[in-house]
Write a protein that binds this ligand. Structure first.
Ligand SMILES: NC(=O)c1ccc[n+]([C@@H]2O[C@H](COP(=O)([O-])OP(=O)(O)OC[C@H]3O[C@@H](n4cnc5c(N)ncnc54)[C@H](O)[C@@H]3O)[C@@H](O)[C@H]2O)c1
Length: 320
């Protein structure tokens, strides 16, 4: 168990999650936020979240809830947050100007061996880090929300990132109960959002063209594709749906290509189609003013799924 220090900058939704994950691996986490009230709220929220994780048997790592909580402290001073940290996770709002400003400040406060990791969902690592003295130490670690129940995390180096930064980032993330995936080239949206937006694009077109209702479109995912995707990706799905991948190609490649050719160009989601989707989701998920209730409904299911996956993985391990 390591007692090394990690600095977390920004204590919103993602900063809090990272703090808890790193603390579960035994790291000493120091959180900084430009809004002191946010850091105070973060500490209280983390206390409640850890209690809920413990209640559901989903605490990560081997430390007790209290030990994990005690590993997290807050500061109102950026220098105190990053000083002597070997790893810094930035979780400030998704704006290039803010991220560049924060990293320019950090750049002046750190040594040459530190790892500078950003949570950005869509900004490219080269765009954020190009002006930094320590740009060779910069990397993106983009989590899936909520990171406690969805452990996949995209790791995106810039062309100038040192290889040891990639390796060490993988180690820290794995120790923290996450499942890192290397994105080998910088592309907008990385991989998760490119896949997600391809799905949204086609679902939007099918609704706009009157092929399916928004509710039924969601049913196809929640009662169909999504069930398999909770356990495997499209390639393993294909492999199992035929006698392996080559047989899948032989059987389905022409059909897939023909159907893909019928997809139209990208469209902006807006106007009457978007209004119709909103109205359908109000029927399906309840009115926006009650959205918190539906989020709890979602989280309950995500917790149950996380438990099921953990138990099945343990069974697999035991059977090996
Ligand atoms: N929310 C998600 O689903 C999600 C998923 C993956 C990645 N991300 C990424 O994580 C990052 C953070 O997102 P979030 O949802 O936690 O945002 P958030 O708005 O909940 O939190 C941002 C925090 O940063 C603080 N902040 C603003 N300027 C700052 C500064 N100069 N220095 C220090 N702190 C500052 C704010 O006070 C706030 O507490 C974004 O880049 C976002 O794209 C978000």
């Amino acid at each position: 168990m390591s007692a090394k220090k990690i600095g977390v900058i920004g204590s919103g939704l993602i900063g809090r999650s990272f703090a808890m994950l790193f603390a579960s691996a035994g790291y000493k986490v120091v959180i900084f936020d430009i809004e002191p009230a946010q850091t105070r709220a973060a500490k209280e929220d983390i206390r409640e979240q850890l209690a809920s994780l413990e209640k559901n048997g989903l605490l990560k790592g081997s430390l007790s809830r209290q030990q994990q909580f005690d590993n997290i402290s807050t500061t109102e001073n950026l220098e105190e947050c990053v000083k002597n940290a070997f790893f810094i996770q930035e979780c400030v709002p998704e704006r290039l100007d803010i991220k560049r400003k924060v990293w320019a400040q950090v750049d002046k406060l750190v040594g040459d061996d530190v790892i500078l990791s950003s949570s950005t969902s869509a900004l490219l690592p080269s765009a954020i880090s190009e002006g930094l003295t320590h740009k060779n130490r910069f990397i993106i670690s983009h989590p899936t929300n909520p990171p406690f129940y969805c452990p996949a995390i995209e790791v995106v180096p810039a062309g100038w990132t040192d290889p040891d930064v990639i390796e060490k980032t993988f180690t820290v993330l794995k120790e923290s109960g996450l499942v890192p995936v290397l994105i080998k080239k910088e592309v907008p949206g990385f991989v998760l959002n490119r896949i997600q937006y391809a799905i949204i694009g086609e679902c939007y077109r099918l609704i706009k063209d009157g092929v399916v209702s928004p509710e039924d479109c969601d049913t196809i995912m929640s009662q169909g594709l999504g069930l398999r995707y909770a356990f495997m990706g499209p390639w393993e799905t294909g492999y199992l749906n035929a006698e392996g991948m080559l047989s899948y190609g032989e059987r389905y490649a022409d059909m897939i290509l023909d159907i893909q050719k019928s997809f139209g160009p990208p469209e902006r989601i807006e106007g009457p189609t978007l209004q119709a989707i909103h109205a359908s989701m109000e029927r399906l998920a309840g009115p926006v003013q009650d959205i918190q209730k539906r989020r709890q409904w979602r989280d309950k299911r995500l917790i149950a799924l996380a438990k099921l996956k953990r138990d099945l993985d343990a069974e697999d391990q035991a059977g090996k």
